[in-house]
Design a protein around this ligand. Structure first.
Ligand code: ADP
Length: 259
């Protein structure tokens, strides 16, 4: 997309007439469109849980509260679960906008990756156990340190583990394994879950893209987890890839530069 400015030439310069100066505004336009889409999506995503909370609250006030304690309890549970969804959503939106605002200001330190993996494994243990899933962690001795922001790297592992658990049926397996590959550290988070159809793979890192919106909602998903992962990994000069087969499982691979 080209935008033209018409600049009149002055007599002083000894010339007459007008020149057209063209600027390529494709990038600006793309960023602006993305921003507008994001705001529209955010409004839609926030409205849904608020509407549900309001609806059930009103039904309670309209008589359900007096009529049936059992039904009231179910309504309150629905209200609480949508309030939780709202909290997750607000947290993820804030995380993303902070990541965008502080592009230049990551605090990178040489970091022991194995320690960070063990910590993430520990933090997700309860969630996994509630579904009969065991998280196996593999990290060989003598791994070089990675240059990373500790909190952010933890967030990457937590988001990937959370998804692996969410999208794996009860009793499945989740593994987080680190290895060294051509001077770069590779961390793979694998699961034996529902997998991702090939046609959806190219889009899953987009904000709010979900393969199955209902399932994501049910699991308390926001559709922002992988967008956050991708953003953080890119800020570290790394990359994230996915391999998956529907019905078999998925493997997310994060590659990071070493110190
Ligand atoms: P959500 O909050 O919906 O989980 P994410 O951005 O974390 O959002 O993931 C986007 C979508 O990618 C999910 O809705 C889901 O469809 C798919 N997905 C992510 N991780 C996995 C996984 N380990 N197994 C199967 N599907 C996954």
């Amino acid at each position: 997309v080209l935008m033209a400015h018409w600049v009149p030439l002055t007599r002083d310069s000894g010339n007459r007439g007008t020149v057209a100066v063209f600027h390529d505004i494709s990038d600006l336009k793309r960023v602006e469109t993305m921003r507008r889409d994001f705001v529209a999506n955010v409004s839609h995503e926030l409205r849904t849980p608020v509407a549900v909370i309001k609806g059930y609250g009103e039904t309670l006030l309209d008589g359900a509260l007096e009529e049936s304690p059992e039904r009231s309890r179910r309504f309150v549970e629905i209200i609480v679960s949508h309030a939780e969804r709202l909290t997750n959503l607000i947290n993820d939106i804030l995380t993303l906008s902070k990541l965008e605002a502080r592009d230049a200001a990551l605090t990178l330190h040489p970091l022991d990756l194995c320690g960070t993996i063990r910590k993430a494994q520990m933090l997700m243990e309860d969630h996994a156990r509630s579904k009969g899933i065991r998280i196996a962690a593999e990290c060989p001795d003598g791994m070089p340190k990675v240059l990373a922001d500790q909190g952010q790297l933890e967030q990457v592992l937590l988001n990937l583990l959370d998804n692996a658990i969410k999208y794996t049926p009860d009793g499945g397996d989740v593994t987080v394994a680190a290895r060294l590959e051509q001077e770069r550290v590779v961390v793979a988070v694998s699961d034996t879950g529902i997998g991702i159809p090939a046609r959806d793979l190219p889009r899953i890192f987009e904000r709010f893209y979900r393969v199955d919106e209902g399932r994501s909602r049910e699991q308390g998903g926001t559709g922002l987890g992988l967008a956050i992962v991708k953003h953080i990994v890119q800020l570290h000069g790394g990359e994230v890839q996915v391999a998956s087969e529907a019905g078999k499982g998925s493997t997310f691979t994060v590659t990071l530069p070493t110190v």
